[in-house]
Design a protein around this ligand. Structure first.
Ligand code: OAD
Length: 234
């Protein structure tokens, strides 16, 4: 049981594992997306420069897969926890799907962007909602400024979003919980080291993450099975 007292502030970091039971593939491990695609060909500024059509093919495929997905009991448990804790709760996800929002989570920071948003690669126009797919023979969409419209995703080599906001929430937290993330991708992999010693650090997932040493408690199993039953709030 993860006991949450009336003064605790909880920071939750989720990774692809929390969406696995909703049918969205993870990145690493058996069946992972990076088994079939090369990161540098579909998820990097270099890829976008070299072959934007291929990049859009990849993200169009992911839009299609994610649009059919629905939240699982793990997403719902985190939304319920937020409902009890209100502003003593923050949720930072590396996931680009919208399953946390679909489950009712309100305070979600998408540090790696959002699959159903696009933005211009040239002008400062804000990211906008976009559920379209752009696959050949469709051309890469254009902005009114003449730039190209790209997925609102943080690619390898780019800086994740909202890092200041995340740092503030981490620094205030007394309980840090990582769910379904391999602990391999920075800067998210180091969040636990930032709070360790000051906050309780808990991992939830079926396998040891690469940064396992930094967690004080681990709950081994699937997010959709464990999360609905491990929180006890005062
Ligand atoms: P990974 O694919 O690296 O890791 C997924 C983790 O989920 C693994 O540790 C699995 O053990 C765990 N897992 C699998 N099924 C689970 C379940 N049912 N419940 C709980 N955990 C489960 O995914 P991430 O760590 O999220 O970035 O990857 C981090 C980033 O690397 C992603 O955001 C993405 C990727 O490349 C970008 O694309 C920028």
């Amino acid at each position: 049981m993860i006991h949450i007292s009336a003064t605790d502030r909880v920071f939750v970091l989720t990774g692809a594992g929390v969406s696995a039971e909703s049918g969205i593939p993870t990145f690493r491990g058996a069946g992972g997306l990076w088994r079939n695609y090369r990161i540098e060909e579909v998820a990097s500024p270099y890829a976008w420069q070299r072959d934007p059509r291929l990049v859009w093919e990849f993200y169009s495929m992911r839009r299609r897969a994610a649009s059919a997905a629905r939240p699982n009991p793990g997403h719902h448990a985190l939304a319920k926890l937020e409902e009890s804790l209100q502003d003593r709760f923050s949720l930072c996800t590396q996931n680009v799907d919208d399953l946390h929002e679909q489950a009712g989570s309100r305070r979600v920071v998408h540090m790696h962007g959002e699959l159903f948003k696009s933005r211009c690669d040239r002008c400062r126009r804000a990211p906008f909602d976009d559920t379209e797919t752009y696959e050949p023979p469709r051309d890469v969409p254009r902005c009114h400024c003449g730039g190209h419209i790209r997925p609102h995703i943080c690619w390898f080599g780019e800086v994740p979003y909202d890092l200041d906001k995340i740092a503030d929430a981490l620094d205030q937290s007394t309980v840090f919980i990582a769910v379904g993330t391999s602990g391999l991708v920075e800067p998210a992999a180091s969040f636990v080291a930032r709070v360790r010693g000051r906050a309780r650090t808990i991992y939830v997932g079926p396998e040891e993450p690469a940064n396992n040493f930094a967690f004080s408690d681990c709950y081994w199993g699937k997010a959709g099975e464990l999360l609905p039953q491990i929180f006890r709030c005062d």
